[in-house]
Design a protein around this ligand. Structure first.
Ligand code: SF4
Length: 340
């Protein structure tokens, strides 16, 4: 059990028993729907969800990571009310995007606390949070944080970029050396999953008077995430799986996005047809998506069109979900062709 101070409750509200905090303060959820003063945290909660739906991170009222009494109440109440709004809305994509944005927000504070050179208690608490939540034993060594190789391999499994490969890391005496930024980056996905599972497992509240309007607005906001699916029976399982991940609003690694985009481009899908598939990705950014697709299609940058990776490469990236019909093909683009 982690004992949190007031700054930590505001920074990491998902670790606190926000419901109990509400009771301790003598409030009920119903009051937030009718009391003009208490409507402010409700508006903040709506803002918190809306900002996350846009792929951004909610800006807290904390100053240098410290919470005044008012800021503490606003942070905890708006987090709790955001969960109530999400439960009442019941839209998985909004929940996933909120969880990712909150994980990224917490990541900033964790990184700052780890790097704190004036207050060891902040560093120790950040280390304890990482250990308690994700069973990673972090220790400080000089300017780095070291974690056992087994922990590193277990948690870096979804990273496909070269710098995360163990051979490219500094390793000594069975430990991997990481900067504060890398230490918290390692747990982003798990932190996001931790927050979303808390929301999914939270008790479903009944509609509260005064909450109808923000719930209605969030329902309408979520319509932009409904996409049509560019799919047909000839797609290989790796591609179907990637599309399913995006449809569920889950995070598809960079290598998966590369595979999907290059496959569809090779199948003569236009950028306008492909771009909407990525709309549900928790970190979706329209401008960046279009830029990347144009780059892969060779319509910008060097003019080179990138090819869909081989099945062998996709296997090493954990993106292959082979079925018997994949037999003997070397590239997903061959799927279905050999059988004709
Ligand atoms: S064998 Fe190739 S086509 Fe089949 S799922 Fe794996 S990567 Fe995709």
């Amino acid at each position: 059990m982690i004992t949190l101070g007031k700054d930590e409750i505001a920074k990491y509200p998902f670790l606190a028993d926000a419901g109990q905090y509400l009771k301790d303060k003598g409030f009920t959820l119903q009051q937030f729907g009718i009391d003009p003063v208490l409507k402010i945290p409700l508006e903040k909660a709506f803002d918190r969800v809306q900002v996350s739906a846009d792929g951004k991170i909610y800006k807290s009222d904390l100053i240098d990571g410290e919470a005044s009494d008012i800021a503490l109440e606003n942070e905890v109440f708006s987090f709790l009310l955001a969960i109530v709004l999400l439960k009442l809305t019941g839209i998985t994509t909004l929940i996933k995007r909120f969880a990712l944005a909150e994980a990224r927000r917490a990541e900033k504070y964790l990184e700052k606390d780890l790097a704190n050179i004036t207050d060891d208690s902040k560093k120790e608490l950040a280390i304890k949070i990482i250990d308690d939540l994700f069973s990673i034993q972090v220790k400080k060594q000089d300017d780095f944080f070291i974690i056992p190789i087994s922990n590193y391999l277990e948690h870096s499994i979804n990273f496909h970029e070269r710098e995360w490969k163990l051979v490219n890391r500094r390793v000594k005496n069975g430990s991997v050396f990481l900067t504060p930024h890398e230490t918290v980056r390692l747990i982003r996905k798990e932190l996001s999953n931790y927050i979303s599972s808390k929301i999914f497992n939270a008790k479903m509240p009944s509609m509260i008077s005064g909450f109808e309007e923000p719930v209605k607005k969030l329902n309408s906001l979520s319509k932009k995430f409904v996409t049509y699916t560019v799919t047909n029976g000839e797609y290989p399982p790796c591609i179907k799986h990637a599309i399913e991940i995006l449809e569920k609003g889950e995070n598809l690694p960079h290598s998966g996005r590369f595979m999907l985009a290059t496959f569809l481009l090779s199948r003569n899908q236009s950028i306008e047809q492909i771009a909407p598939l990525f709309k549900n990705a928790p970190d979706y950014n329209e401008r960046v998506t279009l830029y990347q697709l144009n780059h892969l299609a060779g319509t910008s940058g060097s003019g080179t069109q990138y090819s869909c990776p081989s099945c062998e490469k996709l296997k090493t990236q954990n993106l292959c979900f082979a079925i018997p019909e994949c037999n003997n093909i070397l590239n997903p683009l061959q799927f279905g062709k050999k059988r004709k």
